[in-house]
Design a protein around this ligand. Structure first.
Ligand SMILES: Cc1cc2nc3c(=O)[nH]c(=O)nc-3n(C[C@H](O)[C@H](O)[C@H](O)COP(=O)(O)OP(=O)(O)OC[C@H]3O[C@@H](n4cnc5c(N)ncnc54)[C@H](O)[C@@H]3O)c2cc1C
Ligand code: FES
Length: 288
């Protein structure tokens, strides 16, 4: 279990200029922020807290996965975030334009640390893909993340299975193809890919002869979907990590709004703060 106590040293609030901001799918936006302190240090699966500058409504910042980072030609400087419009914050942030500023602190959380694996299977539901692109790029040798850039083990191949309600929900799918992933989609209405849930898609992929012993799963999405994927993985003895999306207030370990029930070594469980001891947990440890 991660020993993180608090990320207060990462809580320096930055003023991050909006560099670009575009609607990339129905109700889904991609925003690029000029924030070198986050871009240079973020590793796959970490997140930042974002808040509107000069406004107190909504009062609390919201957590967003660092989707990817970009350099200004010399060093990492820009961080991209991809979000769907849910409520107050995400509705208000759609109105920001290049040149406006957001308040941001991060990078936060533990990020993905899966051991070396021949086959990395990324599984996303809804907007959960945002936690997984950098991991794919890192494990396929397309990019390195963190300061200094960490030396992550390469995966022989990366498969990306993504489930959503309808085809219009998929945003920036080509980012995963360009990274070198084998991309498979599922939609509940059958408008793209396999008709059904992402678990139906996993079942279909495994029917093609995927070797469970050589595979690890990294998963992010709505909680019921992650629970279903965790159960599916457990039944096939495929190690699975999940990135939990619990609501958060501080993001740095102080307020305890983000707790999840996580099993201890001895089989009992205790509350763990998703912001500092997660958001990535071994799926077998999560009490759903
Ligand atoms: C580590 C982490 C990374 C995240 N990364 C992203 C990301 O990259 N892109 C993205 O779009 N979102 C992401 N989220 C989720 C995002 O932070 C929340 O959806 C946030 O509450 C949106 O703010 P809002 O003010 O627009 O909506 P809110 O007003 O906060 O919520 C609107 C509605 O959604 C419900 N809701 C809010 N949060 C959740 C949740 N986590 N699970 C289920 N229902 C919820 C509320 O109950 C309410 O009904 C992430 C969350 C975490 C913890
Ligand atoms: S969000 Fe405050 S302790 Fe996790």
């Amino acid at each position: 279990m991660a020993a993180a106590v608090c990320h207060a040293d990462q809580a320096t609030v930055l003023r991050a200029r909006v560099v670009s901001h575009d609607e990339v799918a129905s109700g889904t936006w991609r925003i690029r922020l000029d924030c070198p302190a986050i871009a240079a240090r973020a590793i796959p699966g970490q997140f930042a807290m974002l808040r509107l500058a000069g406004r107190s409504d909504p009062l609390l910042a919201r957590p967003f996965a660092v989707y990817d980072v970009f350099s200004d030609g010399i060093e990492p400087r820009y961080a991209d975030f991809v979000y769907t419009v849910h409520g107050k914050f995400t509705q208000a942030v759609t109105e920001t334009r290049p040149g406006d500023e957001l308040l941001a602190w991060g990078p936060l959380g533990n990020g993905f640390e899966p051991p070396a694996t021949e086959h990395l299977l990324l599984v996303a539901g809804g907007i959960g893909q945002t936690a997984l692109l950098a991991l794919a790029r890192e494990r396929l040798g397309m990019a390195s993340y963190g300061a200094p850039g960490r030396d992550a083990p390469r995966a022989g191949r990366v498969t990306f299975c993504w489930g959503a309600r309808t085809a219009a929900s998929f945003a920036c799918t080509d980012d995963f193809r360009r990274a070198g992933c084998d991309v498979h989609l599922a939609t509940l209405d059958g408008s793209a890919g396999t008709r059904g849930t992402v678990v139906d898609l996993l079942e279909a992929r495994f029917a093609t002869g995927i070797d469970a012993a050589a595979t690890r799963i990294a998963c992010c999405g709505p909680e019921p979907m992650m629970e279903a994927v965790a159960g599916w993985a457990s039944a096939r003895r495929v190690p699975c990590e999940v990135s939990l999306e619990t609501p958060m207030a501080c993001g740095v370990g102080i307020c305890f709004t983000c707790v999840a029930r996580i099993r201890d070594e001895d089989g009992g469980w205790d509350y763990r703060r998703t912001c500092v001891e997660g958001p990535v947990f071994d799926a077998a440890r999560v009490v759903w």
